[in-house]
Design a protein around this ligand. Structure first.
Ligand code: SF4
Length: 313
């Protein structure tokens, strides 16, 4: 949503759960990005590159912002995000400094983290009050499968850059983890990501999954809310999960087949199943009791958490 038809680089402001009223600034032509993520909800990347340059004229962006401001609009945050990776724009630091100089707005940078290994990028990123970086992979292979990066970009560089940013940056660092079925949602994979995320000493971790059909040519369904709730405490600090518009179907209303299918991929905490459905854990226990007695499901205690899983024995 553009602010008005006559704004080309600004969009919103849009209400954001964490940033209040957030004015977006888009520094990338559609669709230039350092990655072509399987879950991308913008568009397939048509120019996949790690090149940093003035992809759109900085002066034009600043002039537009000044005009928006002069018109008396309001926002809590000005946020660099949009059609691609904002740190690809060689002038993104100038935009942050310009906005800051006005003294009325906080600034946020939503980055995939792929260029943070460059000292110049980290220096400019540090101008923002909040920086959010992505960490959805745990090794080179998973990084390539999920993010499909431009030549020259590696998981080692991403991790090195995000760690260096944390070491240098005094603002708020948020880490976003996008969980995708079949790509990175198995328990050992989530634990590996959680371990790496912890090493970034983030101020917050945001656990996410796809909410709209991905446009990058790969069918990526969403991870069940109950699984997000199960794994959220594995992160440090515990991950925040999105507010889902509708409640998950209560296990009490699921058929036996649907319940077994839900649990087929991985065990889920009974508390999490209940919370996702807006019911009590005791109700979930009651619902699964028959299937447990029949040997189709099993309940086990893991570190004090009661988990229900398909019984493969
Ligand atoms: S999700 Fe973000 S980083 Fe990935 S391709 Fe889309 S715009 Fe680029």
């Amino acid at each position: 949503m553009k602010t008005e038809e006559n704004f080309r680089y600004l969009f919103g402001p849009v209400p954001s759960r964490r940033l209040g009223l957030s004015l977006g600034v888009d520094l990338n032509p559609l669709k230039v990005c350092t990655e072509n993520c399987v879950f991308c909800q913008v568009a397939p990347t048509t120019e996949l590159t790690a090149a940093r340059k003035e992809w759109v004229p900085t002066a034009a962006v600043l002039a537009e912002f000044d005009r928006w401001q002069a018109e008396g609009h309001r926002a809590d945050y000005v946020t660099l995000s949009g059609s691609g990776e904002p740190t690809m724009h060689a002038g993104f630091g100038d935009v942050l400094r310009h906005v800051k100089a006005v003294g009325k707005f906080k600034t946020a940078l939503l980055s995939n983290g792929s260029l943070m290994w460059l000292p110049d990028v980290r220096r400019d990123a540090a101008e923002a009050d909040v920086v959010k970086v992505t960490l959805s992979a745990w090794d080179e292979d998973s990084f390539r499968r999920i993010h499909r990066p431009a030549a020259g970009l590696t998981f080692a560089k991403l991790l090195e850059g995000e760690r260096a940013l944390r070491a240098e940056y005094r603002g708020k660092l948020w880490v976003e983890v996008m969980l995708l079925p079949r790509f990175n949602d198995a328990p050992e994979q989530v634990r590996a990501i959680a371990e790496l995320a912890k090493s970034l000493r983030p101020d917050a971790v945001h656990l996410n999954t796809t909410t709209r059909p991905a446009l990058a040519g790969v069918d990526v369904p969403r991870v069940p809310e109950a699984w997000l709730r199960t794994v959220a405490p594995w992160f440090s600090p515990a991950a925040e999960i999105p507010v889902f518009s509708g409640r998950a179907v209560s296990p009490a209303k699921m058929t036996d087949a649907a319940l077994v299918e839900l649990l087929a991929r991985h065990p889920i905490a009974i508390d999490a199943l209940a919370a996702a459905a807006g019911t009590e854990p005791i109700e979930v226990e009651r619902r699964v009791a028959g299937l447990v007695a029949a040997g189709r499901l099993a309940i086990e205690d893991r570190d004090g958490t009661r988990m229900v899983r398909v019984n493969f024995a």
